[in-house]
Design a protein around this ligand. Structure first.
Ligand code: SF4
Ligand code: SF4
Length: 207
């Protein structure tokens, strides 16, 4: 069975969902950030933990603000709250603290849900702003490969990588690095007609 993987977490995800719906009769796997799609059946749910972040134990803290001065990332505020979006888990605050009040914890940095929505298998992911999203997305892609279980799986990808500012849809084959088709770029919005052309092209390529 040949799957088509639709992957996208950028500003055009609605377009990606439309493509998925147009391709409803094909075996389609949609991969998308928070989609808002109706979940008919959850197939799996995975929480991703990997980033170490500093925390302050206020019961031990004497308010000396040494940590605040030590932090090069501006992650600690005057009221001694740590902004995990800025904290990189380095040990500077830890070593500066005279009260042994700082600790590190591995925090939840994302989740990946696989579900069925109106007959379409969907891999939906959500990740915290501090996570290395390239590593996270690789993990999501691995799930897609496993689900598709076919080396010739085609991917329709909203191409933020390596150019996050540009919009394009790339069609790519895991086994064939030359088999891609770029359909739009520079923030161009595809019309429905254009989307239908994409689908027709896929039907030709996918045979
Ligand atoms: S771990 Fe590093 S980046 Fe995070 S709050 Fe402490 S000093 Fe700042
Ligand atoms: S260095 Fe330690 S004791 Fe001082 S404010 Fe920071 S957490 Fe509190």
């Amino acid at each position: 069975m040949k799957y088509v993987v639709i992957y996208g977490d950028g500003p055009r995800k609605e377009v990606m969902i439309k493509i998925a719906k147009l391709m409803h009769k094909k075996p389609v796997l949609v991969m998308i950030g928070r989609s808002g799609l109706k979940v008919d059946e959850t197939l799996s749910f995975e929480e991703v933990y990997d980033s170490k972040k500093a925390t302050i134990n206020l019961d031990k803290c004497n308010g000396c603000e040494e940590c605040l001065k030590a932090c090069q990332k501006g992650a600690i505020s005057k009221d001694l709250k740590i902004n995990w979006n800025l904290c990189e888990g380095c040990p500077a605050c830890y070593y500066s603290c005279p009260m042994d009040a700082i600790d590190f914890r591995v925090v939840k940095s994302g989740e990946i849900r696989v579900y069925v929505s109106e007959g379409i298998p969907v891999v939906e992911y959500d990740y915290a702003p501090w996570i290395n999203r390239y590593v996270f997305v690789r993990h999501v892609r691995d799930i897609a490969k496993r689900l598709a279980n076919d080396e010739n799986t085609w991917i329709i990808e909203e191409g933020w990588h390596p150019m996050p500012w540009a919009f394009n849809i790339r069609i790519d084959g895991y086994n064939d690095p030359n088999a891609n088709l770029v359909l739009g770029k520079n923030d161009q919005v595809l019309s429905f007609n254009e989307i239908e052309k994409v689908v027709e092209t896929l039907e030709v390529i996918g045979q």
